[in-house]
Design a protein. Structure first.
Ligand SMILES: *Cc1c(COP(=O)(O)O)cnc(C)c1O
Length: 387
């Protein structure tokens, strides 16, 4: 049975439902138990042979968590998924599964801050790292070293929302025996399925759209059975950053409305991007759904939709001007994270890190907004007033 048989809506609402197993409960229960007991010792020794496929202990498998893992594997068109305690737990596990001392990682353009810090952190284990701000293939290829083992991607990139050509990079990497990892949090599995383009591991922070209600933190890792057979027993079980069943249950609840929510985020996001693009106080909008985006054509090829997270640059790019716009907003909350029901606004310019921003190709007048599920006309009016 291949997952292609099911629509995203069916996967989100019903895949993994097993009414007979749960006494007809329409919502699967939370298995809040650390261990599972066996009829006799023989059964336990049998289960020990296949920890991945048995229920033994929470740090390996849990029936509630497993239902959501099945859904996310199916949505991403991957063979296997494991859920983690946070996006960073999934990301660090994915990166380390392919690396040893002496290896090199190449990352492309603006990557989520803590992920970049993680690349610096693993230097102490003899793993080196290069980041290129360029997204074109020649630039990426020219930085591959003989010891490059992983190419790490985000598309769209953090804060700058540039796209990278996933098929082309996966193909270059495969020819050289390099593994590819992508953080697919922005697109969600509904709008982009990188495994279909040849990417080896897809990671998500489920704290964003997949949960969707700003009430949980978690991560997901989707990959082939072959890679998971190693990862489960090592980077998953040994690092131990696993998702608790209550969080999985909340995530399952969030997923039921994911297709509806993403349609709304897309529709409102596009309206917001078009509004911003035409506003005289805005220099530039970073959103791959705009026809004026340099990545528009690539986006049409590899994305199935556009989420509600974007950024724009103010014509007056002083810190004071950024501060004033943010402080004038009434319907957008000021906070980190994104992808929930609530609209959020933030700037990477904190007033004391301009040099660092410019070095990473980010304009000091950049504001990032997460367009939530509120009334879009009200959100646009509020933004207009602040600008
Ligand atoms: C939030 C985020 C993460 C980290 O996820 P956590 O669940 O906070 O650990 C990783 N990548 C992207 C793009 C994110 O936005």
């Amino acid at each position: 049975m291949t997952n292609d048989l099911f629509s995203d809506e069916h996967i989100c609402t019903h895949l993994g439902d097993d009414y007979g197993r749960f006494h007809g409960a329409v919502v699967p229960p939370i298995y809040q138990n650390s261990l599972f007991v066996f009829d006799n010792f023989d059964r336990l020794t049998e289960a020990m042979k296949d920890e991945q496929g048995s229920y033994l202990y929470w740090r390996g498998t849990n029936p509630t968590v497993e239902i959501v893992e099945k859904k996310l594997a199916a949505l991403e068109k991957g063979e296997k998924c494991k859920l983690f305690a946070s996006g960073m737990a999934a990301i660090s596990a994915a990166i380390l599964t392919f690396l040893q001392a002496g290896d090199h990682v190449l990352s492309v353009s603006n990557i989520y801050g803590p992920t970049t810090k993680f690349f610096t952190y693993v230097e102490k284990f003899g793993i080196s790292h290069t980041n290129t701000l360029h997204t074109d293939l020649e630039a990426i290829e020219s930085l591959i070293q003989p010891n490059t083992k992983v190419i790490y991607l985000e598309s769209p990139t953090t804060m700058s929302f540039k796209l990278v050509d996933l098929k082309a990079i996966a193909s270059i990497a495969k020819q050289r025996g390099i593994k590819t990892i992508i953080d697919n949090t922005w697109a969600t599995p509904l709008f982009q399925n990188p495994i279909a383009y040849g990417i080896d591991i897809v990671v998500h922070s489920v704290s964003k759209y997949l949960g969707g209600h700003s009430d949980l933190v978690g991560g997901a890792l989707i990959t082939s059975k072959e890679i998971m057979d190693h990862l489960f027993y090592h980077e998953y079980q040994l690092f131990g950053g696993v998702m608790p069943p209550y969080e999985a249950w909340l995530l399952m609840r969030g997923l039921r409305t994911l297709p509806l929510r993403m349609r709304a985020h897309q529709e409102s996001g596009m309206k917001m991007a078009l509004f911003l693009e035409n506003h005289p106080s805005v220099k530039k909008v970073h959103y791959p759904g705009l026809q004026s985006s340099p990545d528009y054509e690539l986006g049409r090829q590899q994305l199935k939709g556009y989420a509600g997270l974007m950024s724009f640059e103010l014509v007056n790019n002083s810190f004071e001007s950024v501060r004033q716009v943010l402080n004038s907003l009434k319907l957008y909350q000021i906070g980190v994270s994104w992808g929930g029901f609530e609209s959020l606004a933030i700037s990477p310019n904190y007033g004391y890190n301009t040099e660092q921003l410019v070095e990473s190709g980010i304009d000091p007048g950049l504001i990032r907004i997460s367009v939530g599920l509120e009334n879009i006309d009200e959100l646009i009016a509020d933004m207009n007033a602040a600008l």
